[in-house]
Design a protein around this ligand. Sequence first.
Ligand SMILES: Cc1cc2nc3c(=O)[nH]c(=O)nc-3n(C[C@H](O)[C@H](O)[C@H](O)COP(=O)(O)OP(=O)(O)OC[C@H]3O[C@@H](n4cnc5c(N)ncnc54)[C@H](O)[C@@H]3O)c2cc1C
Ligand SMILES: NC(=O)c1ccc[n+]([C@@H]2O[C@H](COP(=O)([O-])OP(=O)(O)OC[C@H]3O[C@@H](n4cnc5c(N)ncnc54)[C@H](O)[C@@H]3O)[C@@H](O)[C@H]2O)c1
Length: 471
Amino acid sequence: MKFTHDAIVIGGGAAGLTAAGGVALFGLKVALIEAAEMGGECLNNGCVPSKALLTAARHAHGAGQEKYGISPARPAISWPGVHRHIHDAIAQIAPHDSQERFEEMGCEVIRDWAKITGKHTVEVGGRVLSAPRIVIATGSKPAIPPIDGVDSVPYLTNENLFDLAELPGHLVIIGGGVIGMEMAQAFRRLGSGVTVINPGPLMGRDDPEAVEIVSARLRSEGVQFIDGTAKRISGQAGAIQVEVGNAPTVIGTHLLIAAGRKANIETLGLEAIGVETGPNGIIVDARRRSSVKSIYAIGDCRDGPRLTHVSGYEGSNVALEITLGIPAKVDWSALPWCTYVEPELAQVGLTEADARKQHGDAITVVREGFDHNERAIAEGQTDGFLKIILKGKKVLGATIVGKHAGDLLLPWSQSITGKSSTFALGSAIIPYPTRSEISKAAAFAAWEPTVFGAIPKKWAGLVARLRRAFK
Ligand SMILES: Cc1cc2nc3c(=O)[nH]c(=O)nc-3n(C[C@H](O)[C@H](O)[C@H](O)COP(=O)(O)OP(=O)(O)OC[C@H]3O[C@@H](n4cnc5c(N)ncnc54)[C@H](O)[C@@H]3O)c2cc1C
Ligand SMILES: NC(=O)c1ccc[n+]([C@@H]2O[C@H](COP(=O)([O-])OP(=O)(O)OC[C@H]3O[C@@H](n4cnc5c(N)ncnc54)[C@H](O)[C@@H]3O)[C@@H](O)[C@H]2O)c1
C-alpha cells in the first residue's frame, strides 16, 4: 500500500498537538486533523478559562477580607470584566496551539471532521488519507446523567459556562468532583449563591483528610453541599428545581452539570474496523495501542486519567514510538494532579488509602502541617499539610493541601521516580522563609529515626570520649 503520510493524528487538543508536533519535528509527514477550535478543551473550555475565572474570584475574595490590619473594601464585581479576562487569557495562549504554528513545525493541518475507514485509512473533507500509524486524540465531552427532566431545562456544562452573559444569581451544580468544586468556589467568591449536589465523598479520588480542609473552606465561604443524587429536574431559565432523594428540593437560577466525562468516539467508525471500546472510551494497552495495533488512542478519548499533562505525556510517548520505533509504555507511579481551589489540593503517586490497599501495614506516613511553616505563619495562611507515604525510605506518594500545593509537588515526583531521594531533599539548602521548607521538613522527618538512632548516638558518644581524652 502506498501511504499518503507517515502518521495521521485526529484531534488538535493537548494530546493530538503533542503527538503530531513530535512526529513532524522528527521530519516525518504527518496530517493533523481538527474539526473545531485548535487547542481543544484545555484552551477553549477547560483548564485555561477555569483557571482565569478562579484567579478573578480569588482577587475578589482577597479584596473583601479583613486581614493584616487592613480594612476590607466591598469589591465591585463586573461580570463583563471577568468574562473579558477569561477570553483574553484564551486569546493570549491560542498562538501556542494555532494552525500556523503547527504548519511551521511541518504538519499538514486539515480543519474538518475525520472518520476512520480502515486500519490505515482516514476520510476527511472528501479526501482519503493513509498511513502506517493512526493516532486518535478526539478528547471527551461532558457526561449528562439520565436524570428525569434534564432535557426540559436549559443547563450549563464546561462547553457554554465561560460564555455566560451574566453572573448567576444562584448556581446549582450537579457533581462535587474537580469541576464542581473549582466552579463552586469561583462563582461563590464572585457573589453567586452556590449549591453542590453530590452523592458520597466530594473529590472522590483525593485524600479524604485533605478534601475535608477544602470542603470546610468552601462551606465557610457560603457554598452549600447536599449529599445525594439529583433525581428530577424541572423549571425554566432563571428558576430551576432539582429534586434530590430525601433532601429538600434545591432551587437556583442556573444549573451546571459537572458529573464526569464521556469519550468523543461515536462518529469515528471504530466498530466497523474492530477497535474495542468500553464505557470509559477506547481500550488501550500500556503503549496506548488499541485492539487494532496500527491505531493508537491517547488523551481523554481512551479509558484512563483525563488531564492535560497526561494527554501531553501520552502524545510524546506515541510520537517517540512512531518515529524511533522504540516501545514507550505509560508509567503512572508518579502521576500528579491538582485541584485549583483555595487551598489547593495536589497529589502525586499513591494516596494513603491506595498505598494501604496495595502494601498494608508496610507503609509509613509522615505529616507536616503548614502551621509549623514560618512563611505560612507570616502570611497568616497556615491551612493544610503535606503528607508523604513511604515504604521503608521509598516514597510512594505525596498529598499536599495548602497555598501553592501544586507548585510544591515536583521534588516528590522526583523522589517517586528515583531521580532524587528523601535523603537529598532532607539535606538540601532551601531558601528561608519559603513554603518549600515543608518538603525538607517532611523528608528529614522520614530520616530522623535513622539519623538520631542508636548507632549514630553510639558513634557520637565515642567521638565525645575521644575528644575529652585527647582534647
Ligand atoms: C472545566 C475543565 C477544567 C479543566 N482543568 C484542568 C486542569 O486544570 N488541569 C488539567 O490537567 N486538566 C484539566 N482539565 C482536563 C483537560 O482539559 C483535558 O484532559 C484535556 O484537554 C484533554 O485533551 P485531549 O487532547 O485528550 O482532548 P481535547 O482537548 O478534547 O481535544 C480533542 C479534539 O479533537 C477534536 N475532534 C474530536 N473528534 C474529531 C473528529 N472526528 N475529527 C476531527 N477532530 C475531532 C475536538 O474538536 C477537539 O478539539 C479540565 C477540563 C475541564 C472540562
Ligand atoms: N484541576 C484539574 O486538573 C481539573 C479541573 C477540572 C476538570 N478536570 C478533569 O475533568 C474531568 C471531569 O471532571 P468532573 O468534575 O466532571 O468529573 P469527576 O469525575 O471529577 O466528578 C464527577 C462527580 O459527579 C458526581 N455525580 C455523577 N452523577 C451525579 C448525579 N446524578 N447527581 C449528583 N452528582 C453526580 C460523581 O459522584 C462525582 O463526584 C476529570 O477527568 C478531571 O480530571 C481536571
